[in-house]
Design a binder for this molecule. Structure first.
Ligand code: SIN
Length: 487
């Protein structure tokens, strides 16, 4: 069956597959909207990963000693090519991931912003001169790239999560080996093609595609030559990787799971809160780690909020991401549908009510019906699990103290949102929420200039912003002595 993409996208896919190499084994990539086979991708082995690390190591001296201006210029060219090819890249993304085409294009431009940002930041990695403790000494603080970086990236943002790691690594002077999610390797390969076109020297960024994720990631974590691992994915896998990195004491950036509370106080602008709840719950069919996972509504406005929210959710258009007007695409695969449905049926079985949806979508396959649940209680799995699907559980609350305590009662600490027009409450609640990111009357928090990341079991480190490059840098103290007084 012909793929529903332009000649430009097909050409980029073909070039990406060629760049991915000719491994003796391949694995298939499918369109999650219809199960159609899209491509066969090189199934990298442990040896392929070892070879990629060795090449990244050999490329490091030349890349890290280029001037920041030179590295920034290459990144700027890469940014330009990503923007120029945004339509083709978006098609590739929708083809392998399923999100609506307009949303995919948004992700491509969002990802490109990180390349541009870090092209500029490359020149701002300043060291320090510390006041010395003796007249004949000087204390200097040098900032140097950590070395070879390993990146393991997820399927929910197959482009944006790569540029958010690769761009600061390259800007800092590191070389990098990327292992993209096996569901979505084509976006990663296409980005690598454009990076090469931009003049990125060979082996500075290598993509190793592999279906046997644990085996190949095990090489990355065990290698003493890899000095840092950056991972976005589940908390469960993040903990495994953290343990695996202990033997070589690697630097770690972990962007892990979330359990975002979304709180609507009775003084909120309800229409704005409904719009926010739509955006954060249904973007990418709810498959983001910052999606609202628990929606708490103060009891005085619950009825009005639930009615307006249900109206908006009922109007959502579920379909193939390539169809005009689609707002919700499929989930990534059958296992994801199984997991989401398991949570919903557990909740319904324990007394929750499905105001809307409550099961698989009539289109079948990987489509799940946008769902609103009421009557969600703590004994239900959905009250604690990261849903990662288009399911919104609504729970009433009475007081600010109560809701803040419930919002914080989780091992996760990634993103939290709340809606209130009371400026005192805005400060009180923002300060009391134990999260790395808080949206007050706002849900679209993620952008290249802002620090993205979590606390508690949601992760370590920050991506984007001026802080995002620091995780790719080592601090070296240079003590200079023997500065004798002039004769
Ligand atoms: C995610 O990692 O799931 C969220 C990405 C973002 O919103 O920036």
């Amino acid at each position: 069956m012909a793929l529903p993409v332009s000649a430009a996208a097909s050409a980029l896919i073909a070039r990406g597959l060629a760049l991915g190499g000719s491994a003796s084994r391949t694995f298939p990539v499918f369109n999650p909207a219809n199960g159609v086979h899209v491509a066969d991708v090189a199934d990298g082995t442990a040896d392929d990963m070892r070879a990629a690390i060795a090449k990244a190591k050999s490329a490091f001296p030349a890349w890290s000693t280029r001037t920041a201006k030179e590295r920034g210029a290459i990144l700027r060219r890469w940014h330009g090519l990503v923007v120029e090819n945004a339509d083709a890249l978006a098609e590739i993304l929708t083809l392998e991931q399923g999100k609506p085409l307009a949303e995919a294009r948004g992700e491509i431009l969002f990802g490109a912003n990180f390349i541009e940002w870090f092209a500029e930041e490359a020149k701002r990695v300043y060291g320090d001169i510390v006041p010395a403790h003796a007249p004949d000494k000087r204390c200097l603080v040098l900032k140097q790239p950590v070395g070879v970086v390993g990146a393991i990236t997820p399927w929910n943002f197959p482009s944006g999560m790569i540029t958010r790691k690769v761009a600061p690594a390259l800007a800092a002077g590191c070389t990098i080996v990327v292992k993209p999610a096996e569901d979505t390797p084509l976006s990663a390969l296409a980005l690598a093609v454009l990076a090469a076109d931009a003049g990125l020297p060979e082996n500075v960024m290598t993509v190793v595609t592999a279906a046997r994720a644990a085996e190949v990631a095990g090489v990355l974590t065990a290698s003493p030559d890899v000095r840092k691992l950056s991972f976005t994915g589940s908390t469960r896998v993040g903990k495994l990787l953290m343990r695996a990195c202990a033997d070589t004491v690697k630097k770690l950036s972990l962007e892990l799971g979330g359990n975002a509370p979304f709180i609507v106080f009775d003084d909120a602008d309800l229409d704005a809160a409904v719009a926010g709840a739509m955006a954060t719950k249904f973007r990418n069919a709810g498959q983001t780690c910052v999606s609202a996972n628990r929606i708490y509504v103060q009891s005085g406005v619950m009825e009005a909020f639930a009615r307006k929210y249900a109206e908006a959710v009922r109007a959502l258009n579920v379909g193939d991401g390539f169809e005009t007007g689609t707002q919700i695409g499929p989930l990534i695969n059958a296992a994801a549908v199984e997991k989401v449905d398991g949570l919903v049926q557990d909740a319904i079985g324990k007394g929750a009510a499905a105001v809307l949806g409550g099961g698989r979508h009539e289109r079948g396959g990987n489509f799940y019906a946008p769902t609103i649940l009421t009557g969600v209680r703590p004994e239900m799995e959905i009250a604690h699990a990261e849903i990662f699907g288009p399911v919104a559980p609504l729970t009433p609350f009475e007081t600010e103290t109560e809701v803040v305590a419930r919002a914080n009662d989780t091992p996760y600490g990634l993103a939290a949102y709340f809606w209130s027009r009371d400026v005192g409450r805005v400060f009180r609640v923002a300060e009391a929420l134990e999260y790395g990111m808080v949206g007050a009357n706002e849900v679209l928090t993620s952008n290249e200039g802002a620090p993205f990341g979590g606390i508690k079991e949601s992760g370590i480190g920050r991506e984007g912003s001026r802080y995002g490059i620091e995780d790719f840098i080592e601090i070296k103290y240079l003590a200079l002595g023997g500065i004798a007084a002039a004769a």
